[in-house]
Design a protein around this ligand. Structure first.
Ligand code: ATP
Length: 321
């Protein structure tokens, strides 16, 4: 392997820069040239890449976002475009690709290798932690901590004003951020995507709290598929006589300086990915299970869905009551 390319794709996640840096520095240390692709698959299909050296990745370890920029590309969903892209990469002397992104990006990576034989390796880069086969993803820890900072602040206001706050966190349809934030922030209720809201149970819990002279409450709600859910629940609580306010944390959860945990994770996975490519392993994602680095076939990621473990949901419920 003489030359590889690296890109970030899908939603940005804190720690992507640490991963880019690890890929670039490990490759250079092993005598492999590195090309950074701009704007994910959009840049890839257009041949928008540049040679990187050690200083291209200097002073980025601690920064959020991605220096390579990211994008969502409809063009790359077309098999013919993927075939042309592989040709373009080969013509440029690029022999392998590292894709840092979420499950959609890894699905695209899988299709590229399956259809064209072009070697690709994936890194799990998403705040959602919703990628099958890995217990952790680059950016998840930072997003949870960012959400917690806000939750702790909302708790102050909820207590002072004796109010209920309905706090919506990101995490798409998976609910990993909601579970972690709910447990770590002491939420009185956690509403998971795909689980119907038990409004009566929420009211019962609020009444229990009131009987214990606890006049404030935090309800963490996962963003899920229905954008109206948070405002609807807040409205219904008001009608039922509980003074509630909604707070949608939104995109602040995607940015910011990565935590130490995410920096180490990204550095480790980025470096290992290069060594796997050098050893001839591709069409896999490098992830973590039981504190060990593992490879997960990209096919498994495409055909399986990761769900929040029942034990974690049970724990959240026990601690909330
Ligand atoms: P996140 O969900 O964390 O934002 P993601 O990687 O899942 O990240 P997506 O928007 O699902 O984000 O996918 C990113 C890009 O990957 C898409 O814009 C598209 O270019 C490519 N991609 C996604 N799914 C496919 C697919 N089935 N076939 C080919 N390419 C795909």
């Amino acid at each position: 392997l003489k030359r590889l390319a690296v890109l970030t794709s899908g939603g940005d996640a804190p720690g992507m820069n640490a991963a880019i840096r690890a890929v670039a520095r490990t490759a250079l240390a092993r005598g492999v040239e590195v090309y950074g692709v701009s704007k994910g698959y959009s840049g890839l299909v257009n041949g928008d890449w540049q040679c990187m050296d050690r200083t291209s990745v200097a002073n980025i370890l601690q920064t959020g976002g991605t220096i390579l920029k990211t994008d969502r590309s409809d063009a790359f969903r077309d098999p013919q475009v993927r075939a042309d892209t592989a040709e373009r990469l080969r013509a440029a002397g690029i022999e392998a690709l590292v894709v840092i992104g979420g499950d959609g990006s890894l699905t695209g990576a899988h299709r590229l290798e399956e259809e064209t034989g072009f070697p690709v390796i994936g890194l799990p880069g998403t705040i959602d932690n919703d990628i099958f086969g890995t217990e952790d993803t680059i950016g998840f820890d930072t997003a949870v901590n960012t959400a917690l900072e806000s939750i702790d602040k909302l708790r102050d206001t909820a207590t002072s004003h004796e109010r209920v706050f309905v706090v919506e966190v990101m995490g798409r349809s998976s609910g990993f951020i909601a579970t972690s934030v709910g447990i770590a922030g002491g939420a009185e209720n956690i509403i998971m995507p795909g689980h119907p809201i038990d409004f009566q149970l929420i009211c019962e819990r609020l009444n229990d709290s009131l009987r214990r002279r606890k006049f404030s409450s935090l309800i963490v709600i996962a963003e899920g598929e229905d954008p109206q859910l948070t405002s609807q629940l807040t409205h219904d609580l008001g009608v039922a006589g509980y003074p509630a306010r909604a707070c949608i944390l939104g995109h602040v959860q995607r940015g910011g300086s990565p935590t130490g945990h995410d920096r180490v994770l990204a550095s480790y996975l980025g470096s290992v990915a290069v060594d796997y490519l050098l050893a001839g392993t591709s069409n896999v994602m490098v992830g973590v299970r039981k504190a060990e680095v593992v490879t997960v076939p990209l096919q498994d990621i495409v055909s399986n869905k990761k769900v929040v473990p029942d034990e974690l949901i049970d724990l959240a419920q026990i601690l909330a009551t």
